[in-house]
Write a protein that binds this ligand. Structure first.
Ligand SMILES: NC(=O)c1ccc[n+]([C@@H]2O[C@H](COP(=O)([O-])OP(=O)(O)OC[C@H]3O[C@@H](n4cnc5c(N)ncnc54)[C@H](OP(=O)(O)O)[C@@H]3O)[C@@H](O)[C@H]2O)c1
Length: 362
C-alpha cells in the first residue's frame, strides 16, 4: 500500500495526475491545495472513477507555510509537486521528503530549482529520497527524447534539433503564469555554448500527430542546460511553437519596459483570457527530435492527443517506478536523467496512449 500526496492536486495538472496514479497504484492519494472545500470536491469527483484499492483523501496545505509542509509530508512515500513553490518552500519540502524517506516528482518549471537541490546535495545523498524534476510533458519529454535519440546512433551525434508544440485550452492559472514567465527562454541556441539566436532564427514546421503548421522560435529549457555537452553535440536547437497569435505576441512583449509597467497579475489575466478564448483545436502534444552523425540522419517523434494526459503519464510512470524500485540511489535530476535508468519508460508511455515514430536514414 502506498501513501502519495499531490500538492496542487485539484489543479488542472494535479487532477490529471491523481486520476492516472489512481489507475496505476493501490493505497492512498492525498489531494492537497490551499482550499479544503476544493480538495474535497475534487476527491468526490475522483472517487466516482476510482478503481478498487485506491483511496482519495483531501487536505488543506499551503506550500508557502513551512509547518504545513512538514506536517503534510509525514507518513508519505511519494510527494508530487504540481504547483509553483518558491526556493524557500522547495527547500522545506526537500528536507521534509528526506526526513520521511519520501521520493519526489515535480512538474512545475522554475529556473531557480536546480540550485536549491545542488545546495542540499549532501543532505539528499545521506538520505533515501530520489527527486525527479520537470517530469511532465513539456518541459520533461523533450530532454528525454533528445537522450533517447542519441542512444540510437552507433556513433555520437554531432547535431540535434528538436521541434515541440502543445495546444490545449485547459491550461490552468498557474500554468499560464509559468508560460508567461518563461518568455526569457525564447531566442537561445547552442553551438559550443548557449548564446542568443539571431532575430531571423525561426522556422516553419508541420507537426506530426495532426497538430498543424506553425512558426517556431528556438528556446532553452532548464533541462537542456548541460545536455549538449553530455551528448557530445556541436549544435543543439529546440524550436518551439506558440499557442495562438495573441498569446505569442504577449510573450514577445513580456521582456519589454511596456510590459514591466503593468503588474504581473494583470498581464497574467490577459494572457490567461487569450489562452482560454483563442486556443482552438487541434489539441495535443507533438515533439520531434532530428539528429545527425556518422553520415546518418536519425529522427524520432512522440505525442499525444491530450496535453494534460500527456503531462500526467510520465509523472505517473516515474512515480510508480520510484515506489517500486528501491535499488536506485538517492539523488536528483531531470526526467531525462531518471528515465534513462528505466528501460521500460518508452514502452509505458506507449501503453498509456502516446504515439511514437522512429526512423534512421542515410
Ligand atoms: N511540464 C509540463 O508538461 C506541465 C504541464 C502542465 C502544467 N505544468 C505545471 O504544473 C503547475 C500547475 O499548472 P496547472 O495548469 O495545473 O495550474 P492550476 O490549474 O492553476 O493548478 C495549480 C494548483 O496549485 C494550487 N496552489 C496554488 N498555490 C498553492 C500553494 N501556495 N499551496 C498549495 N497549493 C497551491 C492551486 O489551488 P489553490 O490556489 O486553491 O491553492 C491549484 O489547484 C504549473 O507550475 C505548470 O507550469 C507543467
Amino acid at each position: 500500500m502506498n501513501n502519495v500526496m499531490i500538492l496542487g492536486g485539484y489543479g488542472a495538472a494535479g487532477k490529471a495526475i491523481a486520476m492516472k496514479l489512481g489507475k496505476r497504484l493501490t493505497g492512498a492519494i492525498t489531494i492537497a491545495g490551499r482550499s479544503m472545500a476544493k480538495a474535497k470536491s475534487c476527491v468526490e469527483e475522483l472517487e466516482k472513477e476510482a478503481p478498487a484499492g485506491i483511496d482519495y483523501l483531501a487536505a488543506s496545505v499551503d506550500v508557502t507555510d513551512q509547518k504545513q509542509i512538514i506536517r503534510a509530508c509525514e507518513g508519505q512515500q511519494l510527494v508530487v509537486l504540481a504547483c509553483d513553490a518558491s526556493p524557500t518552500s522547495l527547500e522545506t519540502l526537500v528536507r521534509a521528503c528526506v526526513d520521511n524517506g519520501a521520493d519526489y516528482v515535480d512538474i512545475a518549471p522554475d529556473s531557480r530549482k536546480r540550485a536549491v537541490f545542488e545546495s542540499l546535495a549532501p543532505l539528499i545523498s545521506a538520505g533515501q529520497s530520489r527527486f525527479v524534476f520537470d517530469a511532465g510533458a513539456d518541459p520533461g519529454l523533450p530532454g528525454w527524447l533528445a537522450r533517447w535519440l542519441s542512444l540510437q546512433s552507433p556513433e555520437p551525434l554531432n547535431q540535434m534539433q528538436l521541434f515541440a508544440r502543445f495546444r490545449s485550452n485547459e491550461i490552468g492559472w498557474s500554468g499560464a503564469a509559468d508560460m508567461l514567465s518563461a518568455s526569457g527562454s525564447q531566442g537561445w541556441v547552442y553551438d559550443g555554448h548557449w548564446r542568443r539566436s539571431s532575430l531571423w532564427d525561426y522556422k516553419w514546421k508541420r507537426f506530426r500527430g495532426g497538430l498543424g503548421r506553425s512558426l517556431c522560435v528556438p528556446i532553452r529549457l532548464d533541462e537542456f542546460d548541460s545536455l549538449p555537452e553530455e551528448l557530445g553535440l556541436q549544435t543543439f536547437k529546440c524550436y518551439h511553437a506558440g499557442l495562438n497569435p495573441v498569446t505569442d505576441a504577449l510573450m514577445l512583449l513580456e521582456g519589454t519596459v511596456l510590459a514591466r509597467s503593468i503588474p504581473f497579475e494583470t498581464r497574467q489575466r490577459v494572457f490567461f483570457g487569450a489562452l482560454k478564448r483563442l486556443t482552438s483545436r487541434p489539441f495535443g502534444l507533438s515533439i520531434e527530435a532530428v539528429g545527425r552523425g556518422a553520415g546518418q540522419l536519425f529522427r524520432a517523434a512522440i505525442g499525444h492527443a491530450d496535453l494534460y494526459e500527456a503531462t500526467a503519464i510520465p509523472t505517473a510512470v516515474m512515480s510508480e517506478f520510484l515506489l517500486n524500485d528501491k535499488s536506485q540511489s538517492p539523488g536528483f535530476g531531470y526526467l531525462g536523467d531518471w528515465a534513462s535508468v528505466y528501460p521500460q519508460f518508452r514502452g509505458e508511455l506507449r501503453e498509456e496512449g502516446f504515439w511514437f515514430e522512429n526512423e534512421a536514414s542515410h
